[in-house]
Design a protein around this ligand. Structure first.
Ligand SMILES: CC(C)(COP(=O)(O)OP(=O)(O)OC[C@H]1O[C@@H](n2cnc3c(N)ncnc32)[C@H](O)[C@@H]1OP(=O)(O)O)[C@@H](O)C(=O)NCCC(=O)NCCS
Length: 192
């Protein structure tokens, strides 16, 4: 059944264009590479990442498969995933993503984690701000959502620093290892 609207985003941009990199202060956001596997495996040994992303890494082979999927998702216009690197040391400090890209109405969801040693210096907010500015102001996205458990106060601070308005609480919407959590829905729309 045909839509009454035309797609806001062009799938060919993702299939025909290499994923961009960004530099923000001392941080470089770049596409993932297979060489990142040991650092991602180590990041997923952190109980905070395991808790809030409801996932563990069982082997290096599994992490390599994630990295392959994260890279491929760009050309499929499905998800856009970046490694966040400390430019001076070359070490991985986090992940920032625009997930669940919808070409029809130009929407996506911001997701992120940082490694324990890099927390508390604004890595996640600065990385996601760069992606959100690019998506909304350069690439024609209309709305970026950000969802986190109401119990994850650190993630709520990231949303606040990003200026993502709190739109409400989705009741019992996120399944975690300790059960269902209410989830805060934040969003930024173009022009905010
Ligand atoms: C949530 C998270 C991404 C924040 O990243 P970050 O780069 O540390 O972001 P910020 O530096 O802006 O810190 C955010 C808040 O974390 C808290 N924080 C500060 N230093 C911290 C530290 N060393 N360790 C843990 N939390 C710290 C503070 O409450 C801070 O807010 P404030 O600056 O208003 O005091 C990071 O803590 C993380 O990866 N946690 C585990 C996974 C996760 O929660 N992912 C998000 C799922 S929605």
């Amino acid at each position: 059944m045909p839509l009454t609207t035309t797609d806001l985003l062009d799938a060919e941009y993702f299939t025909d264009t290499a994923q961009p990199s960004f530099v923000v202060d001392e941080l470089t956001l770049r596409p993932w590479s297979a060489d990142d596997a040991p650092a991602v495996f180590e990041a997923f040994e952190d109980s905070g990442i395991q808790r809030w992303h409801a996932r563990i890494a069982v082997s290096m082979a599994e992490v390599r498969a994630w990295l392959e999927a994260w890279a491929k998702a760009w050309n499929e216009a499905a998800h856009a995933n970046w490694a966040v690197i400390d430019t001076d040391t070359g070490t991985l400090v986090g992940r920032a993503s625009l997930r669940d890209i919808r070409l029809t109405d130009g929407q996506a969801a911001a997701a992120y984690w940082t490694v324990p040693a890099a927390r508390g210096r604004g890595v996640a907010p600065r990385a996601v701000a760069a992606l959100t500015d690019w998506a909304l102001n350069q690439r024609g996205f209309h709305r970026i959502e950000l969802e986190h458990s109401v119990r994850n106060t650190q993630s709520c601070r990231v949303a606040a620093k990003l200026g993502f308005a709190l739109e409400g609480t989705r009741r019992s919407a996120g399944l975690h290892a300790d059960g269902w959590h209410d989830m805060h829905l934040h969003a930024r729309i173009r022009g905010d």
